[in-house]
Design a protein. Sequence first.
Length: 320
Amino acid sequence: MRRTQVCSTLSITHPILQAGLPWVSNPELVAAVSNAGGLGVLHPTAGLDLDGDLVSNLQANIRRVQRLTSNPFGIALYLPHPRIEEMIGAATQDGVHIAITYGGSAALYTGTLKEHDIVVLHQVSTVRHARGAEAQGVDIVIADGFEGGGLRGPDKVSTMVLVPQMVASVSIPVIASGGVVDARGVVAARALGAQGVQMGSRFVATQECISHQNFKEALVAAIDSGTIIVGGDRWPTRILRNGMALRMKENGLSGPENDLDAWEAELGMAVARTAMLEGNLEEGIAYTGAGTGLISEIATVAEVFKDLVDGGQALAKQLG
């Protein structure tokens, strides 16, 4: 797999990022991805108890990753979070050098992070936001296509359409995210001009991930129609198709469509924890990308990377 500017900027071997998924991007998974030559990304909520302290959990998990790997890794930072400054403080104190920011304007904390010599990747779903991120000094943008899991951009632009337009509009590297789960997706993303990929669901279905076995098995069992969009036009959210998802699709949010509180109550982090970490797929929802139907086994991270690298090489030969 050819090295790109993303590899040089992040000091990694393969231009493959593991998405920082809530609850389940645990230290063992992060370290395994980084040890395989990609970039593991820790989420502050990984393994967090319901009554646990977010910042203390993040600090403990950062130190756990550092004991498991000497390779670079990053943390995912939700910019509107009320404790965002404490999380940034914990990251800088413990020597984290890479941050993936999302959910808000790059203008908010990019400067602060850069002051601490942190490489900043900012996740966006439109060309306009990519340009804004570049103007704020972001090092890399992640093109977050509609195929990805969880809360999506209201413009609903697909990865295949978004990536080449973003590549043509900014001078910094672009990483493709959304629907990429195997070597074919990686090669396709590179053909669109992306200098790397971000993958979420594929890494959930690995032995190192602490996602519940019920969730992992549901990913393997899913077919092409295994995900569903709920939350209406204002809060489109891609989740695993199950009984609760179908009820949500039929009934919609109980509050006004534009009400963020209604989204948080019915599609937010707490409800996702029930399915993703606790394994209750009847009463919880699970953020899952549209590429889930391509996942056929629960593998180790090392096996996933071998398939990506070997498969990419084979495809490159086929395509000349």
